[in-house]
Design a protein around this ligand. Structure first.
Ligand code: PLP
Length: 383
């Protein structure tokens, strides 16, 4: 069954594989199962396909040199690899905010050590990191590198990565951008102009366990995500998952910038109408609403009850939503993003994240609002 028909509102956790990507995955597994590192004809064909895929990723991000593209198992691996690399390559501290994904935050803390992390403040109403605070850190000195996510996975808050990239260029600081939530929802713009850039296929219909890292111009030789094999020019050892890479590239090529711009404009209105309707009846708070957000995301603080109970009742009605990021949900860990947004532990237990997809229609948002209000009425009746 199609994701929209299932009331699927958890696209920030993962997306269904696009039909063409699935087909390419199967075809590649059938035709090009040979090891691209082999020296016979069939291996050569697999290698050529791999290099075509590399060029396609470079083209998508308007990057001249395909050698800047390293295929990985996803954004977690790419983020870990960059944090490790930067911790060894620079001398100073890393500017990092409290809203980063755990795959950046935990890797930064592991490789840099907490004493080399420079906390970067977040403006709670917009959910955005404060560029002025970074300017101040640069003025004070001691910074070695900067990491920023392009869009937050929980609030959907779009981050000022362009202004940060300009600032880093002027200050000569290496920059890492985790674009896992941006790619597939917004046009790529100049994301890859100068930064280390992480992306994940399963966030844009390309299948799980595959992603990429774009290296900044001229930084290829020193970089090692993994050692132990010659693959990816020695920068990421391990036999390449060619069917997954080819499927990811197919999904990436379907993301035309015009369509994404139209999506962002049209769909944000449908999400906003959902929020307005829910807020008319229920005393909910919507996080990062004062800023610019991804068109698909709404992070609600519910007025009462545990989020897992709301989630279960919505699930019974055919809706899949989340209690926040899939990475921190259900584990009893306070979410760093929500703490940075000023929520206390009790409020975190009332958070519900809904995230639509390109196929989510306005009727689906309306049905979700109906279901949410129905659950609230049912709950009130029980009290
Ligand atoms: N970064 C962000 C912002 C994410 O939302 C996610 C996935 O939830 C990741 C990184 C990890 O991506 P992957 O599942 O490809 O390891």
């Amino acid at each position: 069954m199609e994701a929209s028909a299932l009331g699927y509102f958890d696209h920030n956790a993962t997306t269904p594989m696009r039909a063409r990507a699935r087909q390419v995955w199967l075809e590649t597994a059938e035709r090009h199962w040979h090891n691209p590192s082999g020296l016979y004809r069939e291996a050569g064909a697999a290698k050529r396909l791999l290099e075509d895929c590399r060029e396609a990723v470079a083209d998508y991000f308007d990057v001249d040199d395909p050698e800047r593209v390293v295929f990985t198992s996803g954004a977690t691996e790419a983020n870990n690899a960059v944090m490790r690399h930067l911790s060894l390559a620079v001398r100073g501290s890393l500017a990092i905010s409290g809203i980063e994904h755990p795959s950046v935050a935990a890797a930064a803390s592991t490789y840099f050590g907490n004493e080399r992390l420079y906390p970067w403040s977040v403006d709670a109403p917009t959910g955005q990191v404060e560029v002025a605070a970074l300017e101040e850190m640069v003025r004070r000195g001691g910074l070695g590198a900067v990491t920023i996510m392009a869009a937050n996975n929980e609030t959907g808050a779009l981050q000022p990565w362009e202004a940060v990239a300009d600032l880093c260029r002027q200050a000569g600081l290496p920059l890492h951008i985790d674009a896992a939530q941006w790619i597939g929802k917004c046009p790529p713009g100049r994301l890859a102009a100068s930064a280390y850039l992480s992306g994940s296929a399963h966030k844009f219909g390309g299948g799980k366990g595959v992603g990429f890292l774009l290296l900044p111009p001229g930084d290829g030789a020193a970089f090692h995500a993994q050692v132990g094999g010659p693959q990816e020019q020695g920068r990421r050892a391990g036999t390449e998952n060619l069917p997954a890479i080819a499927a990811m590239v197919e999904a990436l090529q379907e993301l035309e910038s015009d369509r994404l711009t139209a999506l962002a404009e049209g769909r944000a209105k449908e999400r906003d109408a959902f929020e307005a309707r829910v807020m008319e009846t229920l005393d909910v708070r919507i996080l990062a609403r004062a800023g610019t957000r991804l068109w698909n995301t709404s992070l609600l603080v519910l007025p009462w009850g545990r989020n897992v109970k709301w989630l279960a009742r919505l699930s019974q009605r055919g809706f899949a939503v989340s209690t926040g990021s899939a990475c921190s949900a259900g584990k009893g860990n306070p979410s760093a993003t929500m703490a940075a947004m000023g929520l206390d532990f009790e409020e975190m237990g009332r958070v519900l994240r809904v995230s639509g997809g390109p196929e989510t229609r306005s009727e689906d948002w309306e049905r979700l609002a109906d279901a949410l209000l129905e659950v609230a009425a049912e709950w009130r009746a029980e009290a």
